[in-house]
Design a protein around this ligand. Structure first.
Ligand code: SAM
Length: 226
């Protein structure tokens, strides 16, 4: 078990089922009115799209709604039921926990923007709660889980553990994916993913801050050396 480095095309090839298969993705192109920082890049969104398609999701769970950019990506490119959790407001409790500065800024922006990308969309269940405090036992299982909430170890670790708990074990393509691996802002997250890769296969997609696992299958994806 290890952290395996792969190139983006390896992920796109996962959904390249036939020679004449053209995968079309619906995408909101960011502009100065809609982009507030903190969301994945366009390449990352295409990769998230591919991983999500590969998981063929009936249900998707997202840690970290923020403006709803990835929530909308999931909505516009699947028929899945989408659950998304965000703390929403900056509370004294968060300030007392010494949450890292970058996450404090994102929580402030979340409060101001109010998930504006997903207003009026159906199939989305918004949960307003600290993800470390939520009762996950009340939820169904999920085929694709996107982890991009709090990046301190005291949030990323329980989020990851909960993700594995609610992952649908019957779907061989079910996927858990993380954002912000290798980000200068979040060294604790990178260290944590490096650690958990000691006892499971995790793939890091080069040129991005994306990692993912396919926990229900032993998959041998070509590493970036080849
Ligand atoms: C990087 S943003 C998510 C980006 C989003 N997926 C997008 O593409 O628009 C991280 C979000 O996690 C939320 N967050 C931080 N700590 C949290 C916690 N403990 N529980 C739930 N949400 C949290 C922040 O409020 C912020 O909206």
């Amino acid at each position: 078990m290890s952290l395996k480095f792969i190139r983006p095309h390896v992920v796109f090839n996962l959904i390249d089922q036939a020679e004449d298969c053209f995968n079309e993705m619906r995408l909101v192109v960011p502009n100065r009115h809609t982009y507030t920082g903190g969301s994945p890049t366009l390449l990352e969104k295409a990769l998230i799209y591919a991983l999500m398609k590969y998981a063929n999701p009936k249900r998707i769970f997202e840690f970290g709604t923020y403006v709803g950019a990835t929530t909308r990506l999931f909505h516009d490119n699947s028929q899945a039921q989408i659950y998304t959790i965000d703390i929403g407001n900056l509370t004294q409790e968060i300030l007392d926990k010494e949450v890292n500065h970058a996450d404090i800024e994102l929580i402030k922006k979340t409060q101001a923007a109010g998930s504006n990308h997903i207003k009026g969309l159906d199939r989305i269940t918004k949960i307003l709660c600290d993800s470390t405090q939520y009762d996950y036992s009340q939820l169904p299982t999920f085929d694709f889980i996107w982890i991009d909430g709090g990046h301190d170890l005291f949030v990323a670790k329980p989020d990851t553990e909960h993700a594995y708990q609610i992952l649908d074990k019957t779907n061989p393509n079910a996927c858990v994916a993380w954002h912000d691996y290798n980000s200068d802002l979040y060294p604790e997250l990178t260290q944590y993913i490096n650690e958990i890769a000691n006892d499971r296969d995790i793939f890091y997609i080069e040129g991005t801050m994306l990692c993912f696992a396919l926990p229900n299958q032993a998959v041998d994806l070509p590493s970036s050396l080849y």
